[in-house]
Design a protein around this ligand. Structure first.
Ligand code: ATP
Length: 265
């Protein structure tokens, strides 16, 4: 029997994207001629040296920065329209939970602002707490949770309005290795279950290789895409896949890409 061909559905499309902060002598060319298509269900990691524009690219998608050239579409809309349509959830490096609100109330806040009725707010909070395995912690305050649990709560908050796209800016950068491994595993399971499209910024080669279907290797300022590596790893990834020859080979390619990217300067 012939295998069904899956037609890729572009979700995020950047064409010749440029962003220059400031002008004259103070101009910073943060993104230069970035061309990238992210398809539905992709898990795309962005890796590159500090200051190469990873966060800026994510912020452009989220309409938090305005590109100075090129085009960018999100679910077929402009980033501004996509923001208004709640097309994505955004997870920052630090959990950013309000200390005076319980975990459930933190997750509820954007839902309140968006005008969901009380019953729907409760239903969604319960659902996302379950997804990140924090069902028992809704009534706790952030300070009563570990760093990893707080980060899971912030992921739950981003998932609460059930956007198809999740943008994550180094969400696990501040956590220790073991907690990070665990959260990586959980995030992959969540991605497999929900079929979301994920854009993920990281500094860690193993994290990028473990999580992604596509690894975007960026080069130093002005931020350009040096290479896009498609991962042949299966969707189901136990942690020990990191010891496999295939994994090590991709990690090697990413490292080489990062080195070669540096040579542009
Ligand atoms: N609002 C701004 N005004 C001026 N320059 C900015 C602004 N935001 C970012 N930059 C500059 O743009 C460049 C890209 O920054 P960005 O934060 O996207 O890099 P990054 O790859 O995410 O870095 P890191 O890995 O350190 O988080 C940097 O040189 C940064 O200093």
């Amino acid at each position: 029997m012939e295998e069904a061909t899956v037609v890729p559905q572009p979700v995020i499309k950047a064409q010749d994207l440029n962003l220059v902060f400031g002008s004259g002598d103070n101009a910073v060319h943060a993104l230069k001629n970035v061309n990238l298509t992210i398809n539905k269900g992709d898990f795309v990691s962005f890796i590159g040296p500090s200051g190469c524009g990873k966060t800026t690219f994510l912020r452009c998608i989220a309409a938090l920065e305005q590109p100075t050239g090129g085009t960018l579409s999100v679910n077929g809309m402009t980033p501004d329209e996509a923001r208004q349509a709640r097309a994505y959830g955004y997870v920052f490096q630090h959990a950013g939970l309000y200390p005076w609100r319980t975990i459930a109330k933190n997750i509820k806040l954007p839902l309140e602002i968006m005008g969901y009725d009380k019953a729907e707010q409760e239903r969604r909070v319960a659902e996302v707490l379950k997804l990140v395995e924090l069902e028992q912690f809704g009534q706790k305050f952030p300070w009563q949770l570990s760093g990893g649990m707080q980060q899971r709560a912030s992921i739950a908050r981003a998932l609460a309005f059930d956007a198809d796209i999740l943008l994550m800016d180094e969400p696990f950068g501040a956590l220790d290795e073991i907690v990070r491994d665990h959260l990586n595993e959980q995030l992959l399971q969540l991605w497999a279950r929900t079929d979301k499209t994920i854009g993920f910024v990281t500094h860690s080669i193993p994290e990028a290789v473990y999580l992604s279907t596509k690894i975007v290797v960026m080069s130093p300022r002005p931020g350009r895409i040096h290479e896009i590596i498609d991962s042949p790893l299966p969707k189901e990834r136990p942690l020990d896949i990191r010891d496999s020859a295939e994994f090590i080979e991709i990690a090697h390619r990413v490292r080489e890409g990062l080195r070669a990217g540096h040579a542009h300067d």
